[in-house]
Ligand binder design. Structure first.
Ligand code: BZD
Length: 833
């Protein structure tokens, strides 16, 4: 190897190491205060100190990031790429310090400079580049990929506005405000003005024979890379999350500008920049907007160009592409990458169609996250034709050869051809993206056992018949124990370390070692320490609620938490109706009876998609029920309901460690997995849930004695829905208790009844999510929770210890290693420094 320029020794002498002594760290911070921020000690506030600290940590990350990327480039291991439209990262500073192993040093260093590290950590704003579970899963997987020392990169979009922030209006309804998170400097990204690609939209595609075509005209937009370093925990690996920003290709149209047409000259500009303006705030709902399709195409095209440029450095034939590259599709959002890779291979690289298809299908893997029909992506054919004319041709060609193969297998089965076609007939015709992702991939996976089973039995049944069972597999989701235990619940993490006698750096990377806690469930002294930690976490949450909402909650109460996107299928409604039932029951009691009740604090958090009327109405009713209960002196210290506005990753880090019970109560068969259920259990909260998603596997691991299950099972749902539709029975008959609750809402107890009538109607008629059917058993399950919590606190604590000790399976390290070994065929690649 030849040193590129100058004197190697001089270069190497200048290369920065990672300062680990407190004095080197304070020097680095002061340097950034003085030079980068141009500020001084006397005018430095928490925000400024946060920035200086973040910049010095960024320097450390970059050292390891450079080393990691250089070693990948030199050795060329096979790499995997995680394509996700969402990465819900939350805050970075605390996580980076813990993963680098520098938190203690920074604590001392900032203290010496007159600051409290925890306050600085709290000054950071969340990177909310995702809606919910799907986006947060992507973030956990990046953490695990780096921690497991895998050559794994993420690709996404650099949205200038993250998920909207939520406010509550005086009448209780949700108000949305934009989230301009990049307005304050973002130290966690490295702009790469040198890494850019052109992406084309619109224009004209002309076939030139042999399956090839030429695509010209239209609009060209520039994709610019921004790199976000992803440090592994206690390793040298720092992987990369590459986010694309859209820029106009030419600054502005000089001709129109000179002709005095200023508006026109900047039009192209703004249309390019709109592309990465904002994250779409819908989860589990398909919205057929042109801009969304352009976002998908822009991100897929840029990412593939980048991956291919890297592949070309190894100078291998195209046939070996999938020996160097695996690409995981996070839901169908990046499905357009399949025809895009075909386009590059066939049109630009002269690879014959059949070979190109072989390469493509070996490269891609598809994760499905939902079986809800309204969430499955379908794009109108005329829209694709307009925005991506060449991709539509390719989709038609793929469909043609696929349907020919189906026809060979099942001759003259027209129904089957219609069912399996990538194109759904209708006005307009639509492209079924889940089908395209399925036929273009080597493996298709669901995210929990039940969900994967439903994928095989329902939406992709015909495809299982065609391809065989082995292509359709399960990888149960996981969560990173670094953020979701060590970072958010340090006291519990420390107690675990002391108890199982394994170094933290060992058990946090092999979560099955939590098993070592199990014997201590029988140790009363240990239980006392354990329970005290929970109590302190509840106090911490109570402080937050007091400061931010002015509501007093007693940490001695049972803390019952439900935090997730507001959705009818998730059934916040069931929780709310259960609360009203509890309220009415307590109202009917004598003062003496009330004294015996175990006080409960029910906490909700979650955002509704701005266009989702019913979800927003549910928020409004929650808030107004909370207010009515708060205003009722009879409920003091017995029942409190809190809606925590603007739920986020950083709020979850306060809420989750403080729960005694959390609710995961979706209609059976609707919640693909759920991941917060895992986080709660990992922090010693128990589940109140339906037999759905990953709840089932959690119960299998921790023992169903330690989970409060209720409600109908998945296989009953279809019949019940049929009954509601064709043989409806009044709520008064199905559940008198629920009927009484609905009457209170309709009687105006929680404000103008007419406002809430549309919500009540969803339950009275149709009841698609089976609230009526599950209500009574839900109330029963809540009684079991109360009894277990009050009657035998020691037994309760035992349950929580046993639960934590058995949560090893749900580490995202296990999940990412499954993807690495069984899908991507990539190997661990430790970085030596
Ligand atoms: O994905 C969620 C599922 O609902 C959960 O059950 C599951 O645990 C997680 C992770 O697998 N799905 C989403 O969060 N989906 C979205 O956020 C989304 C966003 C845009 C478009 C469609 C869906």
């Amino acid at each position: 190897e030849i040193w590129p320029r100058g004197d190697e020794k001089t270069w190497k002498a200048g290369i920065r190491g990672i300062p680990t002594s407190v004095s080197d760290i304070t020097n680095a911070i002061v340097y950034h205060v003085q030079s980068t921020l141009a500020r001084q000690a006397y005018n430095l506030d928490n925000m400024g100190a946060y920035q200086a600290v973040a910049l010095s940590v960024r320097d450390d990350l970059i050292v390891k990031w450079n080393e990691t990327q250089m070693q990948y480039t030199r050795k060329q291991p096979k790499r995997a790429y995680y394509l996700s439209l969402e990465f819900l990262m939350g805050r970075t500073l605390d996580n980076a310090l813990l993963n680098l192993g520098l938190k203690q040093q920074y604590k001392t260093a900032t203290h010496k400079l007159g600051f409290n590290l925890e306050d600085l950590i709290d000054s950071e704003r969340d990177a909310a580049l995702g809606n919910g579970g799907l986006g947060r899963l992507a973030a956990c997987y990046l953490d695990s990929g780096a921690t497991m020392e895998l050559p794994l990169w993420g690709y996404g979009l650099r949205y200038h506005y993250g998920l909207f922030s939520q406010h509550i209006a005086p009448d209780g309804s949700q108000l949305e405000a934009p989230d301009p998170w990049l307005d304050t400097d973002n130290p966690w990204e490295i702009p790469r003005q040198d890494v850019t690609y052109d992406v084309r939209f619109y224009g004209h595609a002309e076939r030139i024979g042999n399956g090839k075509a030429v695509w010209t005209g239209g609009q060209e937009v520039l994709a610019v890379a921004y790199d976000v370093p992803i440090p592994g925990y206690s390793t040298n690996t720092v992987n990369n999350l590459r986010l694309w920003d859209a820029k106009p290709k030419r600054g502005f149209d000089l001709n129109s500008f000179n002709a005095g047409d200023y508006d026109r000259s900047i039009q192209e500009n703004s249309s390019a920049e709109t592309l990465t303006r904002v994250l779409y705030p819908n989860d589990n709902h398909m919205l057929g907007k042109e801009l969304r399709l352009k976002q998908q195409a822009f991100w897929c095209a840029a990412s593939l160009s980048d991956i291919i440029r890297r592949f070309k450095q190894v100078e291998k034939p195209w046939a070996e592409f999938s020996d160097y590259v695996s690409i995981q599709l996070n839901d169908t959002h990046p499905t357009i990458a399949i025809p895009e890779l075909m386009r590059i291979l066939v049109d630009e690289e002269d690879v014959p169609w059949a070979d190109a298809w072989d390469i493509t299908t070996k490269t891609f893997f598809y994760t499905n996250h939902t079986v809800l029909p309204e969430a499955l992506e379908k794009w109108a054919v005329p829209l694709i034709e307009h925005v991506l004319p060449r991709h539509l041709q390719i989709i038609y060609d793929i469909n043609m050869s696929f349907l020919q193969a189906v026809e060979r297998k099942w001759p003259n089965d027209r129904d089957r051809l219609a069912r399996m076609s990538l194109i759904q007939e209708g006005e307009p015709k639509q492209v079924r993206m889940a089908f395209l992702a399925t036929i273009g991939s080597t493996k298709v996976n669901g995210v929990a056992e039940l969900h994967s089973h439903l994928v095989r039995e329902t939406i992709l049944r015909d495809f299982v018949d065609f391809f065989g069972k082995s292509k359709f597999v399960n990888v149960t989701n996981g969560v990173t124990p670094r953020r979701w235990l060590d970072q958010c619940n340090p006291s519990l993490s420390n107690l675990i370390t002391d108890t199982i006698q394994k170094p933290k750096a060992v058990w946090l990377k092999d979560l099955t070692l939590l098993k070592g806690l199990e014997p201590f469930a029988e140790d009363p002294i240990f239980r006392k320490k354990w329970a005290l930690i929970k109590h302190n976490n509840k106090k911490h949450l109570a402080d937050y609620i007091k400061t931010h909402l002015g509501i007093t909650v007693n940490p001695a109460s049972l803390f019952d938490i439900m935090i997730k996107r507001i959705h009818e299928y998730k059934r916040q409604s069931l929780n709310l109706l259960g609360i009203i039932h509890r309220y009415l029951t307590i109202k009917a009691m004598t003062a003496a009876e009330r004294k015996k009740i175990n006080p409960r604090v029910v906490i909700f958090g979650g955002k509704a998609a701005p266009g989702y009327f019913m979800a927003k109405l549910i928020i409004r009713l929650i808030v107004n029920v909370a207010r009515a209960i708060d205003a009722d002196p009879d409920m003091k210290d017995i029942l409190t309901v809190v809606f925590v506005p603007d739920y986020s990753v950083s709020l979850a880090e306060i809420l989750i460690p403080a729960s005694d019970v959390s609710q995961h109560i979706s209609t059976a068969g609707t919640e693909a997995s759920g991941t917060s259920n895992m986080k709660f259990c990992l922090n010693g909260g128990l589940l109140l849930g339906t037999v759905d998603g990953a709840n089932i596997e959690i119960a299998e691991e921790v023992d169903s004695n330690n989970v409060f299950f209720f409600g109908h099972l998945t296989d009953a749902v279809e019949d019940l829905r049929h009954q509601h539709k064709y043989h409806p029975i009044a709520v008064d008959e199905r559940s008198p208790a629920l009927a009484a609750v609905l009457k209170e809402i309709e009687g105006g107890r929680f404000g103008d009844a007419s406002v809430y009538q549309p919500f009540v109607d969803t339950i009275r008629t149709g009841d698609y999510y089976l609230v009526t059917d599950d209500f009574d058993s839900y109330v029963e399950a809540n009684k079991m929770v109360d009894d277990a919590y009050v009657k035998d606190p020691e037994e309760w604590t035992k349950k929580t210890i046993l639960t934590v000790s058995r949560m090893g399976k749900f580490s995202s390290d296990r999940a990412i290693m499954t993807y690495a070994e069984e899908f991507w065929n990539i190997e661990q690649f430790p970085i030596k420094m």
